[in-house]
Design a protein around this ligand. Sequence first.
Ligand SMILES: Cc1ncc(COP(=O)(O)O)c(C=O)c1O
Length: 424
Amino acid sequence: MSDLSKVRQRQLAAAPRGVGFMCDFYIDHAKNAEFWSTEGKRYIDFAGGIGVLNTGHLHPKVQAAVAEQLQKFSHTCFNTVPYELYAAVAEKINARAPIEGDKRTMFVTSGAEAVENAVKIARAYTKRRGVIAFNGAFHGRTNLTMALTGKVAPYKIDFGPFPADIIHAPYPNELHGVSIEAALEGLKQIFKCHIQPTDIAAIIIEVIQGEGGFNVTPDAFLKALRQIADEHGIVLIFDEVQSGFARTGKMFATEHMSVKPDLITMAKSLAGGFPLSGVVGKEAIMNAPVVGGLGGTYAGSPLGLAAANAVIDVIEEEKLCERANTLGERLKERFSQLKADIPAIADIRGLGSMVAIELTQPGTGEPNAELTKKVQQIALENGLMFLTCGQYYNVIRFLYPLTIEDAVFDEALDILEAALRQAQ
Ligand SMILES: Cc1ncc(COP(=O)(O)O)c(C=O)c1O
């Protein structure tokens, strides 16, 4: 039995099957947009730990900031013994978040925890119970965020019951036959048949659906949600856990839109590989929960905050928003040209470097999950790691580090093009 098979056997004997994984190898080390397996094979990382590594694996400045913090202290629990770093990063976020007026930022650890806290804050502010989320949304794996998630398999299977008063509305997706008008009509039906708008605490939506297929939410729909929220005193939450921190060519994807939310959730690339998440929002809403109502043992870890402090500087110093646009354009241009040769390419979409390719059956237009999986497998064998997404598992998504070297980026696109040609 090879060493690799032995490790795999140990893993399967020691950990449950529910913790899925994609690769049949184990990582040894990583640098910027590349990593190496324990067997010495090199891979280009277009998954970025699911959108966490906009500044790359172990960016020297992020690594140095965390190492420096580690010389001082690693943990106190901010609710017990506070540290200045919390205020420093909150100030940085407040100065950049596309939300009107005076702002406050709080920190926790995971994306799901940020979403949980945004809902808690909205409920405390409005003293209401209901939350509207959207079909195809992904908000996390905790009980509340599973309930908010609009995709059953594999996230919700056998895990109920879920909290009450969470209602899913249709998400506008022209490619899959849901117009903006139909989605708004769905909301009207909810208000008529399920819950009155004045019982709704929050509407939560991804500016660009991540897991749902890198669907850019139409500006007109967000505008309509803003109007509904204003009319009925509902808190509007934009979940930017995946789309934030330069991925879309802006610090926050919200900046592409003509409306601003009341709260924004963030995580993933906020701290370049160290666990940190947060909620930023209007002062009056953020200050609604009572003293002691927010927090957690690891909430706002000093190591995560040290990383985030450096990440924000790196994004600005290295102009990663511009880089996201440049790389995204190159990718879109290259694969648009391939459409004639590879008719399965039905759509290439996204903002900045939050780009995806949707694959369908030529002729019928049916989602082509089988082909998508095949392309992914061939690319992985040839040294390119990427993730898929979408309600129908037929979307290739790109979450490469924005710090990726040009030559490595081009090499990855060559591998992807070859995999698409071979698989079809
Ligand atoms: C939009 C969005 N919200 C929330 C989450 C949950 O984040 P986490 O896995 O860190 O809990 C994710 C994770 O992919 C996400 O993409």
